[in-house]
Write a protein that binds this ligand. Sequence first.
Ligand code: CDT
Length: 313
Amino acid sequence: MSRIVTVGIAQMGPIARSESRQDVVARLLALMQDAARMGCDLVVYTEAALTAFFPHWLITDEEELDSYFERAMPNPAVQPLFDAAARLGIGFHLGYAELDFSTGRKRRFNTSILVGKDGGIIGKYRKVHLPGYVEPRPGEPFQNLEKRYFEVGDLGFPVWHAFGGRVGMMVCNDRRWPEAYRVMGLQGVELVVLGYNTPVHNPAMPQTDDLGNFHNQLVMQAGAYQNGTFVAGVAKAGVEEGVDQIGQSCVIAPSGELMVQCTTLGDELQVARCDLDLCTSYKTSIFNFEKHRRPEHYGLIVERTGAGDVLGR
Ligand code: CDT
């Protein structure tokens, strides 16, 4: 028996600062319609897919900053996506900047949601690993102000029963951290979906500029293989407001092999048929955590007592 989930990766080209939500949603809808025509069960959009990636510049006016955030999901501007999903019978993953008032104070998160084929929200994730810094760095060609604009996500790395399997989300920089995959791997994840805005140039580490695409694939291939899961990673690519971003959106199999990859730096859809049962062979053999993983021997000190160190399990 096989459990096939047909996944469309919907890479986006640059979004201009001046582009309206309606214009962006029209681009996302075109990709969704293509995905439905190609038989996709799920279309994966990128990180902060509704606007230009605003952490790349300093915004001091609160109202202007708020204009990049969504106060509710869905909302009138994105409702057409939810309606189309239900009409076409296709799920989607969407990254967006979230303004949250549920605790009585304004909080900002770099968020993503998973939406089912009925147009209903299945789950929400808030980015944990925020790169960059709080204070702007004058003289740099662009900023990386995620630590200024977002709080660290407070929802952990859950895994949802969805699309006939177990699906988890991460956002951009999370994909560089093995813990993110492993926490989901321990919950039996079979498909990780994520979006990214990754500049070609890293002002803090320019010596790695030639390695951006390599590192992008390296981390997702390792995460997929070591946890026996598919990974679908989707870029916002091309030169956006002067910032050149990598593309190479792709789907990785649990073997660590590349299944499909985008070849442009613009709006582009690629499709991969993911047989979730392939995960099982990895999860029950080489990466059978129950049988072979030995955290009690890793030497992780969780407590220092007079009698000696207590190692974590
Ligand atoms: N959006 C995001 O998290 N971007 C970061 C840039 C870090 S600089 C290498 C990323 O990890 O891709």
